[in-house]
Design a protein around this ligand. Structure first.
Ligand code: HEC
Ligand code: HEC
Length: 218
């Protein structure tokens, strides 16, 4: 795959992915069980819809909460009495224990790493399969699927690691609605908050490859 250097979007996506790919193997004061519970709550309670799956934030919907969230008491106070666009989360909807677990999750997300050091970017393996060490999934064992690494670097932050959706709509099963050429057209002429990724950082070939990957998402 060609290098798409110089794109701020790609750098932001890489940062998100770096956070995504390394958190399960971090050692941290909070227990892995709490962190995992916090990740699940962050999804279930809809925080991810505005703050991004990895707390990376989005200009359109909400600020970044990770990797350095506000202190736990401040987070508790904030969700009970938010200042702006954010909805109120009462204790019936979100207990203090829930907030604490979400805080553990957000605090467990590490700062970014160079994208090239992340094995997942090179083989398109889903995060959902659990902790992954870079040695167990090297690029020599798993030759990259065409388009998978382009997807991971440019699309996954909004459409989800496995196309499950997030800021952008789910792409799983998209072949029932779109053909590859339609997906290419959506990338070339995006609507809504989806950014222009063509002709830079993605080349025409990259667009074909990533569309071919997206259409295969099941
Ligand atoms: C509908 C969108 C939306 C949802 C859902 C949402 N937030 Fe927010 N959040 C925002 C926005 C927008 C802000 C920025 C200030 C404001 O407008 O309230 C914010 C601010 C915050 C802040 C303050 C950040 C800072 O740097 O001061 C915290 C903490 C926070 N949100 C946590 C959460 C948690 C935890 C959840 C889930 C339980 C959540 N938010 C769900 C939109 C959302
Ligand atoms: C910053 C977030 C973001 C990024 C990055 C992004 N998208 Fe999107 N995408 C969206 C949003 C939001 C929509 C919905 C647009 C709308 O509502 O008009 C969308 C829509 C789409 C659609 C149409 C889905 C449908 O059901 O109609 C496709 C296909 C798509 N994106 C593919 C991609 C691919 C492939 C990439 C990477 C090359 C990508 N997107 C990168 C946010 C993003």
């Amino acid at each position: 795959m060609q290098a798409h250097s110089g794109s701020t979007i790609r750098i932001a996506m890489a940062a998100v992915l770096a956070a995504a790919c390394t958190w399960p193997i971090l050692s941290h004061a909070d227990s892995a069980v709490d962190i995992e519970a916090g990740r699940a709550l962050f999804m279930q309670k809809g925080c991810y819809e505005c703050h991004g799956i990895f707390g990376q934030g989005s200009i359109a919907t909400g600020p970044a909460l990770a990797p350095h969230p506000v202190p736990l008491p401040a987070m508790e106070a904030y969700v009970r009495d938010p200042k702006g666009q954010m909805p109120v989360f009462s204790e019936e909807i979100l207990s203090n224990d829930d907030v604490s677990k979400i805080h553990s999750y957000l605090a467990s997300l590490p700062p970014s790493q160079p994208a090239d050091s992340i094995a997942l970017l090179n083989n398109g393996t889903s995060l959902a399969t659990g902790p992954v060490s870079s040695s167990s999934k090297s690029r020599t064992e798993h030759p990259p699927a065409p388009g998978a690494s382009i997807y991971a670097a440019n699309c996954a932050a909004c459409h989800g690691q496995t196309g499950e959706g997030g800021v952008g709509p789910a792409l799983i099963g998209i072949s029932s609605r779109y053909q590859t050429a339609d997906i290419e057209a959506r990338i070339r002429e995006p609507s809504g908050i989806m950014p222009h990724l063509y002709p830079k950082p993605l080349s025409a070939r990259d667009v074909q490859d990533v569309a071919g990957y997206v259409v295969s998402l099941k």
